[in-house]
Design a protein. Sequence first.
Length: 292
Amino acid sequence: MKTRNHLFVRSLLSLIAVFILISVTAFSQNTPAANQPGNLVYNYPVNKPVRYKSTTKVVQDMDINGQSMQTNVVSYIGVTLKSMGSSGSNFKIAVTIDTMAQTVDSPAGFTGGAVPEIAGKIYNIIMSPAGKVIDNSEAKNVTYTIVSGGTGDAIQITDNFFPVLPDGNIKPGYTWTSEDSINSLTSSMTTLGNVKSVNTFEGYELYNGINCAKITAVLSGTRLMKTQSQGMDIKVTGPYTGAMTVYFAPSTGYFLKQFVNTKLTGTIDITGPQEMSFPLVMDITLTKEEIN
């Protein structure tokens, strides 16, 4: 029975890790704009393609009766953004999914690879000059099958894609604190939580030869992630901390790079025919950057 339980948990590890990828963008939750008058605004050039690559790495470590089980998950997404011009006081952006891949390396083995069915799909979003996604509804129709079964959609790709900029004529050293909540629902997973960001405009510095505004943030909050598998309810809960760095180029009108790292220390609870609860640590790094 002990061997059977361990085999079940090992296979479950890879499944949970993939589900986490669906809502991992919630860990890079954007910071709402500060409440004061902006010199940093998005202004993607009309009809000029801008390409990004987004790489997420998850290291998940569970302690099962004193035995450590580690799962490594990597997700890669390539997108092309093209501004279609203004939409009232906001902007309409055409999003093309160029490529997607997800892999899971766990005690159950190595799974995953490219997700070709989503490549080439196009949808539109509406974003504000500060970078807040106002309308992401078309993304719901862009779906794909995840390696463990079930489906994901492009809402999770673009919902929090753009680092949100502070309002106002800021100067180096300016700081602001913001709080936001997370409420993400997919066909496979529900993610709830809150995030607090203590942000600082560090000043201007060169990134890839371009003068950029550098913004850093210290992140903290809580997460609740729920899914189901094999007739069991799976719940991951716990507090997390992290940091974010953004390079935004006023001369181009968009961000060149965003780096986020977070660490969640909590528990995973499984209820159903079998009931189990284990300590869980998840280290997540997210890098989004422009590519030529």
